[in-house]
Each structure stands twice: as structure tokens, then as C-alpha cells.
Design a protein around this ligand. Structure first.
Ligand SMILES: C[S@@+](CC[C@H](N)C(=O)[O-])C[C@H]1O[C@@H](n2cnc3c(N)ncnc32)[C@H](O)[C@@H]1O
Length: 245
């Protein structure tokens, strides 16, 4: 069910920081190292700041961070954490919401560009970032490579998580570049289902969106430790740069 908070409503927000992926503190360190280096002495803008998983440790490393998010439930979790009151957050859609000032880096991690489910919204997001970056500033995205070559032959569904208490399936609609992630999890003896729609895009399409927004590709890696991006990479960390003049 869609709420004002989008798909990240109170039920999702309450458990967000407990999943295997989000509770892995070791996974955050290389993200922060990467962003600190790119931010330099400037400010950072996080699109989809959520519960502050990245923003809080980045701010602790001395980078001023401002966030945009449409989910008040997620931002309430950020506010409840030490230092959370000190981070500026604007509630709104990161494809269109403007905030004051300019930034040396804007970042959109953890597949969140795919939460924008139309090409027009994704292009608007790149243009919005371009408008916020100072000359020479960078836009960093972390997102999965579409898994089409890993789909079972003739099938449109792929399991991405199977355990005793949680099952996840991605359902692809190639005609629309649609991807719905279905999550089933046992809570208090009951199975709860959450299905979230995404729009997948190849790295080359994101490069074209960056070009439309006046940016060009500076770096592309398969991980935050600058691992090489190859034909087998499951995700990419890409950095597009706005011209310095
Ligand atoms: C997967 S969470 C990532 C949160 C955080 N960046 C992290 O890495 O833990 C996605 C976040 O993006 C927000 N979000 C999704 N689509 C959005 C949109 N169009 N505008 C603003 N926020 C959005 C959600 O509310 C949620 O907080």
C-alpha cells in the first residue's frame, strides 16, 4: 500500500536498520572513505537520506551533509540517532526538490535511483543534481546492473534472497524496464509481504542522463574500494562530473 511516505512507511522504517545489508557496519566504511575524498572541503547532498546510514558517519568525518527524502518515517529514525538533529533534511521528491546552496558532491546509493519508476523522473533527477552542484562537483550513484543475463531461460523472476525467515524475488518486465522486488518475511509467526516497483537502467543510459544534465562520466567501479567494473559486475559505483567552468 502506498502512503505519503511512499514505500518507506513506518512499518518499513521501523525495521530498515536491522536487515543484513543495512546493519553491516563494515560495509559503510569504504562508502564514507570514497565520499569524503570526492567531497573535499565542500558540502554533500544525499538524495534519499533515509535513516542516515551513510549521512551520519559522513558528517562525523567532517563533511556537512544535507538530505532530501519523502519519507517522514525514515527521517524520524535519523532524527532519533546521535547527531541526527544536526543534519539538515528537506522533505520532498529528490527528482524535483530544490534546497539552498551548492554542493561539491551529491550521492544516491543503495539502488535508490531505481525508485524513480519512469525515465522522465530519472532524467529530472540528474538535472536536479546538476543544478545543485558547484562547478567541478560530482554526482555519485551506486546501483545494480540489470540481472537480465542471470534470469532463468524464458523466465522473468529471479530469487535474490532465500533464508529461513526471508525470501526475495525480483520480477522483470523487459518491455517497460520495470522491476518489482517482492519481499516475504516472517514476523511474529506471520508472513508479511512488501512489493516495491523500480525502473532499471543500464549504465550507458545513466551516462546519457548525465550528459543531458551537463555532466560526464569521471569514474566507474564495481564497488566502493574502486574494484574494476567488468562484464560480470553485479553493480556499479559511478561518478559523473559537472564541468569546472
Ligand atoms: C533504500 S532507502 C536508502 C536510504 C539511505 N540512502 C541508505 O543508504 O540507507 C531509499 C530511501 O529513498 C527514499 N526515496 C525513495 N524515492 C524517493 C523520492 N522520489 N524522493 C525522495 N526520497 C525518496 C525513501 O523514502 C528511502 O528513505
Amino acid at each position: 500500500m502506498v502512503h505519503d511516505d511512499g514505500y518507506f512507511d513506518e512499518r518499513v522504517a521501523a525495521r530498515y536498520d536491522e536487515s543484513d545489508e543495512t546493519s553491516d557496519a563494515g560495509a559503510v566504511d569504504p562508502v564514507i572513505d570514497f565520499l569524503v575524498e570526492i567531497a573535499g572541503s565542500g558540502r554533500a547532498l544525499e538524495l534519499g537520506i533515509g535513516t542516515g546510514r551513510i549521512a551520519l558517519p559522513l558528517a562525523r568525518r567532517g563533511v556537512p551533509v544535507h538530505g532530501i527524502d519523502l519519507s517522514k518515517a525514515m527521517v524520524a529514525r535519523l532524527r532519533a540517532k546521535p547527531g541526527g538533529e544536526d543534519i539538515g533534511v528537506t522533505i520532498g521528491d529528490f527528482a524535483t526538490t530544490r534546497v539552498e546552496g551548492s554542493f561539491s558532491v551529491a550521492y544516491l546509493v543503495f539502488n535508490t535511483i531505481m525508485n524513480l519508476t519512469t525515465q522522465a523522473a530519472q532524467v529530472a533527477c540528474f538535472r536536479n543534481v546538476g543544478a545543485h552542484l558547484e562547478p567541478g562537483g560530482c554526482f555519485v550513484i551506486e546501483v545494480g546492473v540489470p540481472e537480465l543475463q542471470r534470469l532463468p531461460p524464458g523466465d522473468t523472476v529471479r530469487a535474490f534472497h532465500v533464508s529461513e525467515t526471508r525470501w526475495g524475488f525480483d520480477e522483470y518486465d523487459v518491455a517497460t524496464q520495470g522491476l518489482t522486488s517482492h519481499h516475504f518475511e516472517i514476523f511474529d509467526g506471520r508472513v508479511e509481504r512488501t512489493s516495491i516497483p523500480f525502473r532499471y537502467a543500464w549504465p550507458s543510459e545513466l551516462d546519457l542522463m548525465a550528459q543531458l544534465a551537463g555532466m560526464s562520466l569521471r569514474e566507474r567501479w564495481s564497488g566502493w574500494r574502486r574494484e574494476p567494473f567488468t562484464s560480470d559486475s553485479r553493480k556499479h559505483v559511478s561518478v559523473w562530473e559537472k564541468p569546472a567552468v
